[in-house]
Design a protein around this ligand. Structure first.
Ligand SMILES: *Cc1c(COP(=O)(O)O)cnc(C)c1O
Length: 406
């Protein structure tokens, strides 16, 4: 292997488009829920690559699947199908309400496919007037122009020219606000069953049932964006399985590949039939490497041991956070489900989530924020309990560090 050139964080500002502001350290290696940077400093990972590394770093099942497939076949294009894609699609349909799968490379692409499919379904079944898509304030559905316009933060979609049309936003957990927008011209309602980027905001079960009922009344499709909540994150394979509400289309990505880029859209045969040959596609979607890794991730995660373990870890996280809160009176509540938790800063600390995030990194803990008021934790679903306890000790030190500065 050739010698690699030395690189450092300063090079980022020289050669990278400045749309990110990455942390000062550069991680070079990960194992389980621990990560090491260029200087050999160790971090405990409560961030999981933003809810992606569902089995931690370099999980043996994923490494083995990737290495095996690397020696078999990397890419063919969709002119041919491949074994890993077929196996993964079979397992996803066996495990969910869905009968058909479309593979993409990311969450945004899975949502793009879902939204385009909904428009086609409505056009072909009801006519061109049925094109309204409704989403919710604070929702996040990705960064393509369609998905970012559907998302609930206009600051992300402003300034790029004319936006895709016929998109409206209702208030999350407010059924009346949805009812006021809906009509027989509504083609789809898209929502996260637990809003992630928006601040770890759970949906009311009654709200979800109400959305389902309104969609049925108006012949609109209900799309669940489970890009962040999917593949075991909340303690069920998909979050919809906690309730009696089943969507018409579901999108999944993030944890699906455990760190390898892959996304998927799941739906019924009847709805899927509207994406006929040639209507949509992707060069890499269904790539054998991605599907081989995702198959191993799904096999490993969709077991009672792992899913029940998520709920046990949820309890431990909450106990540890409660103990820290008893000492520092920092949070007004801890919300979310499974390994997707948000500690909501109380009024005194509002707007300062990033300070805690930076102090945590100082103390050797990778955490996340979800907006300015929420500290988010999205660790590996199989993070060892010892790492949770030790990580929380580091988080407590980070809290003390922030408080001492003021
Ligand atoms: C992260 C996320 C997306 C976007 O996924 P990408 O892989 O970044 O395109 C979409 N929806 C939700 C709910 C997400 O959390």
């Amino acid at each position: 292997m050739s010698e690699y050139m030395q690189v450092d964080r300063a090079l980022f500002d020289q050669v990278m488009v400045p749309n990110y502001a990455p942390a000062p350290m550069i991680p070079v290696r990960g194992q389980g829920s621990r990560v090491w940077d260029q200087q050999g400093r160790e971090y405990i990972d409560f961030a999981g690559g933003i809810a992606v590394n569902a089995l931690g770093h370099c999980h043996p099942a994923l490494v083995s699947a990737l290495k095996h497939q690397a020696d078999q076949l990397w890419h063919l294009s969709n002119v041919m199908t491949n074994e890993p894609a077929l196996r993964l699609a079979k397992k996803l349909t066996d495990a969910t309400f869905a009968e058909k799968v479309y593979f993409a490379n990311s969450g945004a692409e899975a949502n793009e496919a879902a939204l385009k499919l909904a428009r086609r379904w409505a056009l072909e079944n009801f006519g061109a007037q049925k094109q309204q898509i409704i989403s919710f304030g604070k929702s996040f559905h990705g960064r393509t122009f369609f998905t970012v316009t559907v998302g609930g933060q206009s600051s992300y979609s402003d300034g790029f020219g004319p936006k895709p049309a016929a998109i409206d936003h209702a208030e999350y957990n407010n059924l009346d606000s949805l009812k006021a927008l809906m009509s027989d011209n509504t083609c789809a309602v898209i929502l996260e069953p637990l809003q992630g980027e928006g601040g770890i905001i759970p949906a009311d079960p009654a709200f979800l049932r109400g959305v389902r009922t309104l969609c049925d009344q108006h012949n609109a499709l209900m799309i669940y964006d489970e890009v962040q909540t999917g593949v075991g994150r909340t303690g069920k394979l998909y979050a919809y399985m906690h309730s009696d509400v089943t969507p018409d289309i579901l999108t999944t990505a993030k944890s699906l590949g455990g760190g390898f880029p892959v996304g998927a859209m799941l739906t019924s045969t009847a709805i899927a039939s509207h994406l006929k040959v040639g209507t949509h596609g992707s060069t890499y979607g269904g790539n054998p490497l991605a599907c081989a890794v995702a198959e191993a991730a799904l096999d490993t995660i969709n077991t009672p041991e792992v899913l029940n373990g998520v709920l046990q870890r949820d309890q431990l996280f909450r106990r540890e956070l409660a103990a820290i809160n008893e000492q520092y009176q920092l949070f007004s509540e801890v919300r979310g489900q499974g390994m997707l938790l948000g500690a909501v800063l109380n009024d005194q600390f509002k707007g300062r989530s990033r300070e805690f995030f930076l102090a945590a990194a100082d103390q050797g803990l990778l955490a996340l924020v979800a907006g300015p008021d929420v500290i988010r934790f999205a660790p590996s679903l199989v993070i060892p309990e010892q790492d949770i306890v030790e990580g929380m000790q580091r988080f407590a030190k980070a809290v003390a560090q922030v408080l001492n500065q003021h």
